[in-house]
Design a protein around this ligand. Structure first.
Ligand code: AMP
Ligand code: MG
Length: 267
C-alpha cells in the first residue's frame, strides 16, 4: 500500500497513477470481499480500544472528483464500527456565515477529540480545489493556503492527532459510467445534479488543482494516498488496509481496571 503514498517533497504525479491497479490483489473480487470482512472486524476492534483508551485522535480526509466514491467508502470501510466513536463531517458549499470567516473556521470544530475517529467527507482542501477552479477567491488569497493547511495539520498532529488523507482516483471514463448510472437507476437519480456535468467539463482544471494540492500538502505528519478507485471493492480494501495498519502502529491499550476489583462481590 506504500506505493499509493505521495512522498513528501515529490510531485504527486496523479496523471501517471493507476485508477485500476493491475497488481493490486490480483484483481480477484471474491478474495477481496473476504479480506474486507477480516479488515472490517479488525477496524471494529481497533476503534473500540481507541475509544476505551481515550488518548488518540484520528482524522481521515476523503477527497475525490464527483462520483469518486466518498460515500461508499464511508459506508463500507467503517461498516461495523461503533457510531459513538466515529463521526462524519460533510463539507458542502459554505453558508454566508461560514464565508464571513476564514476558511478553517468551520473545519476546526469537527476535528476528532480523544478516542474519536473523525471522517471528513470533503474538507478544507475544497478551499484550494473548487475555490481555485472557479476563481471563488483571487489567487493571492488561495495560494498561501497550502502553507496554512500544512501548519494547521501540523498543529493537530502535535496535539495528538493522526491524520490520513485519501484521494479516490477515478478515470474520466469511470465517472461517465457512474453519472450515467445515476440517470438510469431510479434509486440513484436523487444523487444526480446537473451541475456535475459542468464540473465534468472542468476535469483537467480539477486534476491540475489536485496535483498541486497533493504535491504541496503531502507531509510526514499528514500524508496523502492516491487510491485507485475505479473498482469499488479494491478502493475499500486499500483504504481499510492503510487505516488498520496505521491504527495498529499506535500501540493502543485498554486502560487498567480500577484497583481492588478482584475481591469485589456484587450482591
Ligand atoms: P456533494 O459532496 O455532492 O454533496 O457536494 C458538495 C458541494 O459543495 C460540492 O460541489 C463542493 O465543491 C462544494 N463545496 C464544498 N466545500 C466548498 C468550499 N469551501 N467552497 C465552495 N464550494 C464548496
Ligand atoms: Mg455531488
Amino acid at each position: 500500500m506504500h506505493r499509493y503514498r505521495v512522498t513528501p517533497g515529490e510531485d504527486a504525479q496523479i496523471a501517471a497513477r493507476d485508477t485500476r491497479d493491475p497488481q493490486g490483489f490480483s484483481g480477484d473480487k471474491t478474495a477481496g470481499r473476504k479480506a474486507m470482512k477480516v479488515l472490517n472486524a479488525e477496524l471494529e476492534a481497533l476503534q473500540e480500544v481507541l475509544y476505551a483508551e481515550g488518548k488518540q485522535k484520528v482524522l481521515i480526509v476523503l477527497q475525490a472528483m464527483d462520483t469518486g466514491g466518498k460515500d461508499g467508502t464511508i459506508r463500507h470501510v467503517f461498516d461495523g464500527t461503533n457510531p459513538q466513536g466515529v463521526k462524519v463531517a460533510s463539507f458542502k458549499k459554505p453558508t454566508p456565515r461560514e464565508l464571513a470567516h476564514d476558511y478553517l473556521w468551520r473545519v476546526h470544530p469537527h476535528t476528532p477529540g480523544s478516542g474519536e475517529i473523525a471522517i471528513f467527507n470533503r474538507s478544507h482542501y475544497e478551499d484550494v480545489l473548487v475555490v481555485r477552479v472557479h476563481d471563488l477567491v483571487p489567487e493571492h488569497r488561495w495560494r498561501p493556503r497550502y502553507d496554512h493547511i500544512n501548519a494547521f495539520e501540523k498543529q493537530l498532529t502535535d496535539e495528538g492527532t493522526t491524520i490520513l488523507k485519501f484521494f479516490l482516483h477515478i478515470s474520466k471514463e469511470e465517472q461517465k459510467e457512474r453519472l450515467q448510472a445515476r440517470l438510469d437507476e431510479p434509486h440513484k437519480t436523487w444523487k444526480f445534479a446537473k451541475g456535475d456535468l459542468a464540473e465534468r467539463q472542468l476535469w483537467g482544471s480539477y486534476i491540475d488543482a489536485y496535483e498541486e494540492a497533493l504535491t504541496r500538502t503531502s507531509t510526514d505528519w499528514a500524508p496523502w494516498y492516491v487510491i485507485p478507485a475505479d473498482r469499488k471493492w479494491y478502493r475499500n480494501l486499500a483504504i481499510s488496509t492503510i487505516i488498520v495498519d496505521t491504527l495498529k502502529e499506535l500501540g493502543m491499550e485498554y486502560p487498567d481496571p480500577e484497583e481492588g476489583l478482584d475481591d469485589l462481590v456484587i450482591e
